[in-house]
Design a protein around this ligand. Sequence first.
Ligand SMILES: [Mg+2]
Length: 268
Amino acid sequence: MDKIKQENIKDICYKISKDIILPKYKNLKDQDIRYKNGTDLVTLVDIEAEKELKKNLLKIIPKANFIGEEEYSVKNEILNYYNENNYCWTVDPIDGTTNFVKGKEKFAIMIALTYKNSILYSWIYKPLKEEMFYAIHNEGAYFEDKKIYTEGILKLNQAKGSISTKYWDEDYLEKLKLLKNYFAEVKSYGCIGFEYTDIALGVRNFAILSKLSPWDHIPGILLVRESGGADTDFDKKQYDFTSKNKNLIIGNSEEFNLKILNKLGEYS
Ligand SMILES: [Mg+2]
C-alpha cells in the first residue's frame, strides 16, 4: 500500500461536511431523526455521510474492508473483518450525534485505517471549525500538520476528564462514584472525539470508558498513543479492538492510568 496522502482525507471530510453534514446543522426535520437499538439517536445525515465516506475511502484502497457505525447497526457480522488479513477502514460518520441534533458544537467525523490488530492511521475532523487531527503509527500525532504532544500530570486531584456513565456492572458503578470525588473535574463532552483530541493536546487528562465500540475509539487511541499518552484496559493491557467489550482508561501516561486502576482496586 502507498502512503496515504493527508490532503486526500482532509478533502473528503471537508466535502462531506460541507455538502451533507453542515446544511443540516440546526436544520433537521423530525423525520430526519430516528432511534436505533431503542436508545441511540441516528439521523439521515449519519447514514448519508457514512455512505459517501465509504465510497471515497474505498477509492483509495479498493480491496480494503469497511466497517461503519451505521452499517454495523444493521449488519453486526461486519466486525469479523478485523480478523481478516486485509486493510480495514473504520468510520464513525458523526461522533456526537446527540450534540449535532441539539445544535451543539461538539461533533466530529472519525476515521481509522487498520491492518489486523494494528492501527496504521487515524483522523478526527471537526466540521464546524474545519480542523483536522491525525495520527500515523510510529510517526506521531498532528493537529493541522503540526506535531502535538500530550502533557502528563500525575496527581488525581489535578486531573480533568470523564467517566462514562453507561454500561458498568453494579460493582464498578459504586466504585466509580467514589473515585469521581478524587478528580479536579469529571465532565463528559457527549462527543468522545473531542475528548480524545483534548487528551492528545494535554488540555484534558483522562477518560474512563466501558463497552467499547471500535469506531468510537480506534481513531482517538492512535492519536493519544502517538501524542505520548496511553490506553490501559482493566487488565493493564493496551486496547485490543479485535476482542470484545472491555473497560478502558485513556490518559496522558501509562503511569497515570495505573494510578487510577490502583485507586479503583482499593475499593474492593
Ligand atoms: Mg456516530
